[in-house]
Write a protein that binds this ligand. Sequence first.
Ligand code: NAD
Ligand code: ZN
Length: 229
Amino acid sequence: MKNIFILTGAGISAESGLKTFRDAGGLWEGHKVEDVATPGAFAVDPELVHHFYNMRREQLATVEPNAAHAALARLQEHFGEHLTLVTQNVDDLHERAGCRDVIHMHGELLKKRCASCEVVSPCTGSLTYDCVCANCGSEGRMRPHIVWFGEIPFFMDEIQEKLIEADVFIAIGTSGVVYPAAGFAEVAKHHGAKTIEVNLDGTEQSPLFDEHIIGKASETVPMLVERLR
Ligand code: NAD
Ligand code: ZN
């Protein structure tokens, strides 16, 4: 069986009602990325950053996975361990559509982490500055379990291994400007994978792909999945 590597980005969740930010002029729900998604922003104004992610978490509870997420769950049922699903998204829509073992390289909205003891725990409600760590008792050290700009994504060793093994690499709904994820297509291609890009439009990475599927993820991904199965 072939090894399939799928990288998803904000575009796969757009039709569920979660905005991508590149499309909205570099703003994420009205905020400049550097004001809410950097370690510096959190150091300067932790309450604003907590508020921003609290709002994202509230919004997440009001949306549902779409046909693209559901199609990838069917693909995983078929390919089992031969399918690696890496997402840059911090939402849980892949999981809610039935996917397992999703690699969240940029973290997860529904988790928090203590910056003192590094213990990660579930986070479904609001997070505030005075939150006390249940593990080490530190106060004011709890942060969203999110990889901010300037921080190193999670699971990079595992991802690198899977990229090398991949026979097919598919990027879905990602603009290809956020590194290191933007470099994955090149690594996979260098190691012999066929590369497929699924997007509303061309991207900066488009020249690296052998095949381009242009259109809405909710329509194009189910078709691609049928073909691969
Ligand atoms: P991006 O916002 O930079 O780019 C989104 C891409 O999706 C664009 O290329 C766009 O053309 C494409 N797209 C938009 N709607 C689409 C649709 N219906 N079907 C197919 N393609 C569509 O997103 P990115 O590349 O993932 O990088 C953004 C960063 O922002 C990530 O690190 C991510 O963590 C974060 N983010 C996450 C979410 C989320 O979790 N849902 C939402 C916004 C931003
Ligand atoms: Zn702690």
